[in-house]
Design a protein around this ligand. Structure first.
Ligand code: NAP
Length: 543
């Protein structure tokens, strides 16, 4: 039987849902709760993983930890949830976040509307029935009025195209798809490819266990200490007493984390004062160096150079061997134009006798053989290879499904880079919402709050449609064009486009090189979204 929209649209669809949701991570879980329990919709989320958790289900590699403070990296929608949940550490490790998301799924009775181990593989809007027809990898077809992506922004892993990959005789692991059972590295010769946020975390942990660890580094990063510690009971009490204010402050700060005392420019203070600020932020940990020192670090090259040089000095201080220290010192890109990783003892890892750093920038990895990895003339014999090689960020998860209507297919529509209105909707794809989609602040806005904002917004939009008798909402071509121009205008004064990063799509061969983020800061973005509602959705056609 054909499952095309045309063949099924004349049938009655008693089983049609109101909303189909991609994923059961932070976004999918809150979507189910909000749309079902607030709006009373019939919803179903499809999740490829074997349990809820999204990013935190898949990225269970040793050392995986969120680098935003636990009380910030959590839902704000339920005061009861905020009060009853206790975080054990300042920065939550992956198992604790996964426990939290499981608690949320149980507490709000979300599991009954989530189908696990099931991926959405295609989605087509049927004009006649005004429904999305969604195919899952178990061979079933589902229909719903609304199609909502909580597919995540860093959920399509990227494997490098290296000659001979399949020939390796040992074990291989991908940080982004880590197995549930513990991997035993003891006494083994382990190679890690990649030194981004994931690589830096996994390298630090594997070095403690492996017989020998070889790190294959292409681009060194500006990593700074996270300064994790157990949660202090008094601090927890103060947080719980002030949650409302904390959330308000978060939503009114650039990154969605309220670090106080940011000064306008690194160039407007003396060298001594600047140094003092950087030292304080380095000692305080978290994202304070990036978000809590000077506001012009990502717009002013001179200011950025001062932060970059500060971090280079720290690396040289912490790594004993000057040659290794030089290899670990970033020189070719501005600070924070690749997302700055946070670490605990990462640089000291290279002071261990069982760790070797191999530069694969000037001499790239030649091939993988049954025995290991060849770089130039040198063969590095290995028992295990770990790939910490990143993601097809932001657009990858959506393009792999390629939602279509009669007018538009997403892959064609985004052939030269994403086109959206508000980073949340796409012209030509009615009733489709992309939570933390490209051209939204997403990855430069504390993710759980960015997710809640988007879901609250789309939920209000759906409620407005119901109240006014509309069944179809679609961004206008003009709104989409304007949003693209505004996104580019905000990106223009920044230093981001000077660096090849996943923010620019530059880590994926053939991907259009465009800045994928709306970089206005959370406050301005939220103002624009609120204005769209206050003015009666001028950027949309409703009927
Ligand atoms: P990533 O930042 O894209 O890093 C990928 C690494 O793999 C880079 O060092 C890259 O080198 C290297 N690489 C890729 N292909 C290679 C090849 N063929 N040969 C050698 N090296 C290669 O990916 P990620 O570390 O998974 O992090 C992605 C994002 O996830 C982060 O930026 C962050 O937003 C998020 N994340 C957050 C946390 C946290 O909260 N603590 C932890 C992990 C991840 P180049 O730089 O030269 O391309």
């Amino acid at each position: 039987m054909s499952n095309t929209p045309e063949s099924t649209s004349k049938q009655q669809h008693p089983d049609a849902l109101d909303a189909i949701i991609i994923g059961a991570g932070f976004a999918g879980l809150y979507s189910v709760h909000n749309l079902r329990d607030k709006l009373g919709l019939r919803v179903k989320a499809f999740e490829g993983g074997g349990d809820v958790g999204g990013t935190w289900y898949w990225n269970r590699y040793p050392g995986a930890r969120c680098d935003i403070e636990s009380h910030h990296y959590s839902y704000s929608f339920s005061e009861e949830l905020q009060q009853e949940w206790s975080w054990s550490e300042r920065f939550p490790a992956q198992p604790e976040i996964l426990r939290y998301l499981n608690h949320v799924a149980d507490r709000f009775d979300l599991r009954k509307d989530i189908q696990l181990n099931t991926r959405i593989i295609s989605a087509q809007f049927d004009e006649k029935s005004c429904q999305w027809v969604v195919e899952t990898d178990d061979g079933c077809t589902h229909r719903a009025r609304f199609f909502i992506s909580g597919a995540g922004v860093l959920s399509t892993p990227s494997m490098p195209n290296i000659k001979g990959l399949d020939s390796f005789a040992g074990e291989t692991y991908l940080t982004a798809h880590w197995p549930e059972e513990k991997v035993d590295f003891s006494g083994k010769r382990v190679g890690v490819i990649g030194t981004g946020a994931s690589g830096i975390q996994v390298i630090t942990e594997i070095a403690k266990e492996a017989g020998h660890l070889t790190v294959f580094q292409r681009t060194p990063n500006y990593a700074a200490p996270i300064r994790n510690r157990p949660m202090d009971a008094e601090i927890e009490r103060q947080i719980k007493e002030n949650y409302a204010q904390i959330r308000e402050d978060s939503r009114n700060s650039f990154l969605g984390i309220p670090y106080p005392g940011t000064l306008p420019s690194a160039m407007e203070v003396s060298a001594e004062k600047r140094r003092e600020r950087y030292e304080e932020a380095y000692a305080a940990g978290g994202f304070q160096l990036f978000a809590g020192t000077f506001a012009d670090l990502i717009t002013n090259q001179e200011s950025n150079d001062t932060a970059a040089e500060f971090l280079r000095e720290k690396i040289r201080e912490r790594v004993n061997d000057p040659v290794t220290a030089e290899m670990l010192t970033p020189k070719t890109h501005a600070y924070a134009t690749k997302r700055p990783p946070l670490e605990t003892g990462y640089y000291e890892t290279y002071n261990r006798d069982n760790v070797t750093l191999v530069d694969v920038l000037d001499t790239p990895i030649e091939e993988v053989t049954a025995q290991g990895i060849r770089v130039g003339d040198t063969m590095h014999e290995l028992d295990v290879i770990v790939f910490a090689t990143g993601f097809d960020a932001m657009t990858g998860p959506l393009l792999s499904i390629n939602p279509k209507s009669e007018q538009v297919s997403l892959t064609e529509h985004w052939a030269d880079g994403p086109r959206t209105h508000l980073g949340l909707t796409v012209h030509g794809l009615p009733n489709f919402f992309t939570i933390t989609g490209p051209q939204s602040p997403a990855v430069l806005y504390n993710m759980p709050l960015a997710i809640e904002d988007h879901i609250d917004w789309l939920s209000d939009c759906i409620a407005y449609m119901g109240e006014n008798g509309y069944t179809r909402v679609e961004a206008t071509a003009e709104a989409e064009k304007n949003w693209g121009e505004l996104t580019a205008e905000f990106a223009k004064p920044t230093l981001f486009d000077k660096t090849d990063s996943w923010y620019m799509g530059a880590n994926i061969p053939g991907k259009p090189r465009v800045f994928l983020v709306f970089v206005s800061g959370a406050q301005e973005y939220r103002r624009i979204c609120a204005e769209e509602v206050a003015q009666g959705y001028p950027g949309f056609k409703l009927n």
